[in-house]
Design a protein around this ligand. Sequence first.
Ligand code: PMV
Length: 340
Amino acid sequence: MNKQAVVDKILANHHTIPKHEQGVWFAPANIALCKYWGKRNTELNLPYTSSLSVSLGDFGAKTTIMQQAGTNDTVWVNGELSNVASVFSKKVTEFLNLFRFGQNNHSFLVQTHSTVPIGAGLASSAAGFAALVGALNALYGWELSLTELSILARLGSGSASRSFWKGFVEWEAGVSEEGMDSIGIPLSTVWPELRIGLMIFNRQEKPISSRVAMENTVKTSPFYAVWPQKQVHDLAIIKEAILKQDFTTLGETVESNALSMHALMLSAMPPILYSEPATVTAMNHIWQRRQAGLPVYFTQDAGPNLKLLFLAKDQDNILKYFPGIEIIAPFAENENKEKP
Ligand code: PMV
């Protein structure tokens, strides 16, 4: 089955003409605590393993979409017109090709406001594709369930399947070939004291995409065979730690999970190294502070930046030792971002 067949199946008997003038959707970015790394189906972004993330409150992407005359889509990002030849525009247009319904007399105008630096391993693609799918749903008046939106967004970027809910979300790997069971499922547990700190060293687009890096890791890492076992183990521990609000177990497992993912990449041929000198310096700094008694852990995605995990009670100390980081309270009701 290809992407178009999945889209057609989900949208069978739904409008192919917009119901509204425009559609708008906000999707939060999400940070994986238990990572997704490796696809059993590269066309449909079906993962080998389940993963689990926490959404970042109002830190994400808000997208507005409407139809326009002409054949070329127009994509605006944060108030700037994106060049049609840019990687970003091409990705958007290619994804929108799944939603043209054989109508060639119009294109789309997309406006995205993202509070996440794009392509720097800060989950911009998750928020971006989820917001785009949500905006299409609003434009056409499909009234799809969040589960269906999760499936559609996964076709753009795997981690986008987790960006339709607040708080903790598990992406179940599923077993079916067409992936209708490979979906995001929110956890009911909240953890209001949990904080995420963004340590950003580099906002530049990463030199190697997560898609290519994943493929190379699966193909060439001699250790990939043990990754699924590690994932099953870590996911169970992380879920239990969330349930029991056991921060030490959560932090230790989350950090180990991220480092194991990066170790897989280092063992790929050619090797993939997202860390920069500043990343390694920061890791040592975190480990030193932890040894000195500060409960702080980190996770890292497909980029050099780190995300700190800590609890609200330690925020003052965290800011003392890690000045300038952006702090997010994922479970805050109104004010999600707490500026230092
Ligand atoms: O969804 P993608 O293709 O951007 O891949 C995301 C990969 C990681 O961020 C490293 C892990 C994850 O689970 O989000």
